[in-house]
Design a protein around this ligand. Structure first.
Ligand code: 5GP
Length: 125
C-alpha cells in the first residue's frame, strides 16, 4: 500500500495533546472522543493511535494487537453509551475514506452515531 500519512492532520494534533478533546475512552492503542460538530445525540469518533489514513489502511497494516484493541474499544464505547442494538435502540458505524467517502480528516476514524433514528445510509444518487 502507498498511503502517505499527514502528521499535521487534526487528529494527529489531538493525539499529541496539541488540541483538546472530550475523551470518552483511552486504551493502549485507541482514543475515542466526542465529535466537535455532532450529527446525533451520541456522536463519538474512535481513532487508532497509530498513523493510519483510512480503515482499509488500518485493516491491512495495523498489528493484531492494535486491531483487537480498537475493536474491543468500539464495543465498550457502545455499551457505555447505551446504544447497542441488543439492549437499546442501536446505532451506526461510519468510516469515510478519501475523496468519494468525503473524508475530512486523513487519520483513520470510525464515527459512532446514535440516540435517534438515523435515516437511510446514503442518499440515492
Ligand atoms: P470525516 O469527514 O473525516 O469522516 O469526519 C471528520 C470529523 O471530525 C467531522 O465529523 C468533524 O466534525 C470532526 N472534527 C473535525 N475537527 C475536529 C476537532 O478539532 N475536534 C473534534 N472533536 N472533532 C473534529
Amino acid at each position: 500500500m502507498s498511503y502517505v500519512y499527514d502528521t499535521e492532520n487534526i487528529f494527529a494534533k489531538i493525539l499529541r495533546g496539541e488540541i483538546p478533546n472530550n475523551t470518552v475512552l483511552e486504551t493502549d492503542h485507541t482514543l475515542a472522543f466526542e465529535d466537535i460538530r455532532p450529527h446525533a445525540p451520541v456522536h463519538i469518533l474512535v481513532i487508532p493511535k497509530g498513523a493510519y489514513v483510512t480503515y482499509d489502511h488500518f485493516a491491512a497494516e495495523a498489528s493484531d494487537e492494535e486491531i483487537l484493541d480498537f475493536t474491543r474499544a468500539v464495543a465498550k464505547i457502545c455499551k457505555t453509551a447505551g446504544i447497542t442494538a441488543d439492549e437499546a435502540a442501536g446505532c451506526r458505524f461510519i468510516s469515510n475514506a478519501g475523496e468519494h467517502g468525503m473524508q475530512e480528516v486523513p487519520h483513520m476514524h470510525v464515527h459512532i452515531l446514535g440516540g435517534r433514528p438515523l435515516g437511510r445510509l446514503v442518499d440515492p444518487a
